[in-house]
Design a protein around this ligand. Sequence first.
Ligand code: MG
Length: 371
Amino acid sequence: MRITEVECHPVRVPGVSPPFVWRDGLLGSPSEGEAAVLRIRTDEGVQGVAMSPRRGSGVILADLLDRVLRKELVGQDPLQREWLWHRMWELDRTEELPLYLLGLVDTALWDLAGRLADRPTWQMLGGYRTSIPAYASTVTYSSIEEYLDIADQALELGYPAIKLHAWGDARRDARLSVALREHVGDDIPLMFDGSAGFDLPDAIHLGRALSDADYLWYEEPMREFSVTAYKRLADAVAVPLLVAETSDGAHMNSADFIQAGAATFGVRASTQLRGGFTGAMRTAHLADAYRLRAEVHGPEIPNRHLCMAISNTTYYESLVMGNPISRESGIDAHGLVHAPTGPGVALPAGLDYPPALQAFVDKETVTPPRA
Ligand SMILES: [Mg+2]
């Protein structure tokens, strides 16, 4: 089988309504924009698709296809995923590919493999489970009182665990974290995501509060450039650290965090930021070798597949936004998300796709892209 064509299909993605905010300093929910779907066609009629949900992806992907990727991919065997994954890293050396596009070809090839076998991609990766608990991952709210109300709603909806994205003010965030623990009691797993809002002294201050309040993990408190800073944080706080979500280099970078003793809970795994399914699975297996977790990052459909294929992951990340919040499509009243059943990966439902892409849209759930 040979690849005969690679195409970029722009897809309009609406803004989130109502809009939400992240910590101080970060942009909030994206407004309407143009995402992109990569479509790979073959001489045997089998096809694969992958979506880059980031607004602006359409222009960048179309340019990359025209200048670099089409001549690289056409004529290749689409089942040689490993070879093509290594080719992407070679191309990255001169192109400095956006991290969220580096794994897009790999994701489309895994979609194609699933469609060829008429199996969901998580089974092709090596199925581990058929359902997993989802945690409520909050956006940033305006007050401690509102967070406590959101927590009550999340538990009422069936979510068994809660992760905070707070303000990026270490002292205020510490007060919130302690108040939430007191509010929900000792038995609800709580996590904190710093979205890289702190320097080392502030990260230590907040980390000590999270340690005292028995948080399950402390995620990305600083930009993930200095492994040394993370090692010093790990030495200073008891709460386990979950790191290497947004850093470049996939498993090669995650390895340095682990080797330094900085990934005391584990590392992040996602198709978007770890180089597609191939990079995410490598990262998970690396963490497994050290008896660490590889927690799947982000609520998109490819990450549902990863959740079913990675043994050493605990939860699916489900974003809750607005007030009142609602349960994400496809999560049941017990807070479980179930394994996709259709072939391949599938594109998220609910978007205005061109006719050529309709056959690839998920038939089960509506999970609009959030990035
Ligand atoms: Mg995060």
